[in-house]
Write a protein that binds this ligand. Sequence first.
Ligand SMILES: [Mn+2]
Length: 495
Amino acid sequence: MKLMPHWFGIGVPSILLLIQLLGSAGQCQPVSQPLAKATSAGNETRYKTFSEWRAACEALPRNRALKRGPPPKELLPLKAAEFGLGIERFLRSARDGELADTNAWVGTKPEKSHFLNIDNTYFTEGGIRFEPFTQRLSVPQGAEVFFHGDFHGDIHSLNAVLGSLETSGRVKDFKVVSTNFWMVFLGDYTDRGMYGVEVLHTILRLKQANPERVVLVRGNHEDISLAMNYGFMAEAQYKYGREFNPKKTLRVYDFMPLALYLVCGENAVQCNHGGMEPGYDPRVLLNSPPGVRYQFLRSVQRGQFLAESGELLKQLVPSERDLLKASFSDFIPESPTKPSVIGFMWNDFTLVHEEPQFAVDPGRAFVYGDRLTHYVLEKGSTPGRRLRAVFRAHQHSSLPNPMMRRLVVAKGLHRHWQDNDSVGLLNAGQPALQQKIETQELRSIPDGSVWTFNVSPDSVYGEGCGFAFDTFGILKTAEHFSEWRMTVNNIAIRF
Ligand SMILES: [Mn+2]
């Protein structure tokens, strides 16, 4: 997850990719090129059914077997035209669907010439503004909400999850069929694994088939600067060459919310890839009328947050207070990482109570402790709607560090700051942790809790940390927050 270059070793240096990418983006080529090509053959491109898709993907070698090399081209389950069609359809439904409904926006409305202009991007010359946004979704009491962490190009795990949801009768052929079921994906769909193309195609199909039921949150890898350096661009170029349209594909990320506020009655939970972003005040969004609502994050007001947080500053030790003051000021985001990383996409959390409340992980992001996190959740709450917990992903390593050991022992979903956990246990091995941390299938959700979902196993993370199971959670809402429950589901993945 560090911002360090890493190649797949398939002979495409990233500088060359950069030139190709900007070259093709600058030419403003017709956006529907892959679509036209697909249909002009006289043989209309048709999406595969889920069982056809799963069977086609089954032939692909696992990432672990590829050892970071590319899969054989003859086994690829998706033609360039079919991938392009998925991208184009997603962009058109973003432009013409819910996001285009000005009534669904709190505050500033989206403009046809900027946010809704799917033919331009913020990262090309003469481009449009970078306009990240947040989303609110209301669900009823007794709703079931699915959560999944990073896939990082692991198509086998994604298909196994969808197969499991078909078996339980919640999803059929990419369509959510349970009237009580919503799905939240927590970002980092591509990079690092060789099947980012297939993962992106699959989740975009899910989103398109169920626009009101599926939320694709934006991870830190849903960003051109990471896709260039961590494998996705190289993968797509290897698979499709000149038929791959990087500008269109990367534009997809701009229609993924930075954070989802899932609301049920008087309670809400924050669902995002990374961590807290105190430069965003969610209260207007939380209090907006029921249904799906969106709000732009035009200005990240961390300086404003500090100015209003005198009480918080008094509680911090001087070094943390100084670091917070030195780190926080208001800014207009120009990209996910400029002039500062957006906390929703990038930030992390400590594991135990005794760790610092605020720290900087060099080359990455900010790390929040329990009390600072509780303060931000409290500050973002309103009298009628309380922000109770955070569900997130992101904090993974290919080495068995304290976070990864907890994630493996906790069956893929770890709650930070458990009372039985302590600084003395940070480097404890799995047998010791097994006795101390929560591992049961059904879990209650304490007020102010933060939960990290594990990354899929067919990855450097699964290999390095020795796990072979995928994880998804199903949250069940209730009238009182104390009755909300999370069920942890594991699927064994064969290698
Ligand atoms: Mn991440």
